[in-house]
Design a protein. Structure first.
Length: 258
């Protein structure tokens, strides 16, 4: 048979074949979007919301028997559950008091941990444990969330008394350290305060801060969300020229007509 006599069927059989791929072997079936969304949600179910409860969180880098015994002691003396963590997580559950064991942590590690706790969505109260006297540990008292300090020579009786005082909303700071802190932060009232025009709401917030109210307390009094409170605080801090709640409290404490 000559080339000119090739039939049509033979031409079709001799035509180049399309390469076989997964795409042209698999039937093209359109799956409804709603079904895809359902399967996706089943494969990746939403995380359960973190439930905050009364209790104590002990941050310690020492995963030892001694840390476990310390947590048990704290729980027995305060009648509250005490859980241990080595690293910070925004999903904190036990928020009555946060204890940071300074032992085994560098100054940079401590600063970072305290900063994360300070920026947590819940106003947390923090106490330092095993702090070294006349070291960088004492400078952490500048952070508003720090409400107490236990040095490395603190005995069990002092520890128990201090923890229960702080759980009642008080501070636990050695007299020498408190004297140093006051010397460093006290200053004569500025006449500029009288020139700053505050709104009625801003004066109300500053008065609440002066009385020791937390963001949660302020939100309840003003009947707003804590997010709104934080927005108000940002504006107030900017207007009076302070950086945090501690400085705002120092600013307002001499204002009798606030």
């Amino acid at each position: 048979m000559t080339i000119n006599e090739v039939s049509v069927n033979e031409r079709e059989n001799n035509a180049p074949k399309e390469p076989l791929t997964k795409a042209n072997l698999t039937p093209q079936i359109k799956v409804p979007t709603a079904l895809l969304d359902k399967e996706s949600s089943e494969a990746h179910p939403p995380e359960d919301p973190v439930v905050e409860q009364e209790g104590i969180t002990l941050f310690s880098t020492l995963n030892s028997l001694q840390t476990g015994l310390l947590a048990n002691l704290i729980s027995a003396q305060t009648k509250l559950p005490c859980v241990t963590q080595s690293t910070f997580s925004k999903h904190l559950t036990h928020v009555s008091l946060i204890i940071i064991d300074c032992q085994g942590r560098t100054a940079e590690d401590l600063q970072e941990l305290v900063r994360n706790i300070q920026n947590h969505k819940t106003d947390l109260r923090v106490v330092l444990m095993n702090a070294v006297q006349k070291s960088d540990h004492e400078e952490l008292l500048d952070w508003p969330c720090i409400v107490g300090v236990f040095f490395d020579d603190t005995d069990q009786e002092q520890l128990t008394r201090g923890l229960n005082c702080m759980l009642d909303g008080e501070y636990w700071v050695p007299r020498r350290l408190l004297h140093h802190f006051l010397q460093k932060n006290r200053r004569a009232p500025s006449s500029r305060k009288l020139e700053i025009k505050l709104t009625k709401r801003e004066r109300q917030i500053l008065k609440l801060i002066k009385n020791g109210a937390t963001n949660s307390d302020i939100a309840k009094v003003l009947d707003v969300s804590e997010h709104t409170v934080k927005s108000h605080l940002y504006n107030v801090y900017k207007k009076i020229g302070v950086r945090n709640r501690l400085e705002a409290n120092n600013w307002v404490r001499d204002m009798d007509n606030i």
